[in-house]
Design a protein around this ligand. Structure first.
Ligand SMILES: [Fe+2]
Length: 207
């Protein structure tokens, strides 16, 4: 494991500075996060970060398991609250069908191949109404590879399925730390909805 007294990777430090600048200068959240997505795309191309990702831990076992993943947490901004997470998925791992509550999320693929799915409610419900039950159906599926960034707005329902053969590594940027906001998990088998507070956050030094 990396030592915590080593400096953060330079490209990551530059990304954080750019995100802080966007928070200072861009009041429109959609514009801010779409701009941040372009910066994350640049970050995902950084050779040092790509090499670093190879060493990220896949244990404890809850990292990379199916369903409710735990995340590595690399950074939490002291002023604006955004966080940078890492996620390693085992081959064939699938997330639940879920939203990220009121938060914004950038899901960036650092390595591997994943399918990114979007869903819509078909029960007439509205985003953020925190239903007990809901019907959802898949609207889009895109296969994405390293360098892709998915920008997920508040209450957007989605899932990610890993390829059958390889692990994937993702860098995730969230507008606030998981655990500070409620999310929904949508179970298509019986229409039930579970509320939870997001993946467990496991500190890890990115340097
Ligand atoms: Fe998600």
């Amino acid at each position: 494991m990396s030592e915590t007294n080593t400096p953060m990777l330079p490209a990551v430090a530059r990304f954080i500075a750019a995100l802080r600048d966007l928070h200072e200068t861009e009041p429109d959240e959609r514009v801010r996060w779409e701009s941040a997505a372009a910066r994350l795309k640049e970050l995902l191309a950084d050779p040092e970060l790509r090499a670093h990702g190879e060493s990220w831990p896949t244990s404890p076992a809850k990292l990379g398991l199916e369903g409710k993943h735990a995340n590595l947490i690399f950074y939490e901004d002291p002023d604006y609250g955004f966080v940078i997470n890492g996620l390693i998925k085992k081959p064939a791992a699938k997330t639940t069908v879920h939203d990220h509550g009121k938060s914004w999320t950038l899901y960036g693929v650092l390595d591997g191949v994943e399918s990114v799915l979007r869903f819509e409610r078909t029960d007439g419900g509205t985003p953020g109404d925190l239903p007990e039950r809901a019907e959802v159906r898949s609207t889009e599926t895109h296969e994405v590879t390293a360098g892709h960034v998915d920008c997920i707005g508040p209450w957007e329902i989605h899932a990610e399925y890993n390829s059958e053969t390889d692990r994937s590594i993702a860098v995730i940027v969230r507008s606030q730390k998981s655990g500070t906001f409620v999310q929904n998990i949508f179970y298509q088998k019986d229409g039930s909805v579970e509320r939870y507070y997001g993946p467990e956050q496991i500190p890890y030094h990115l340097g």
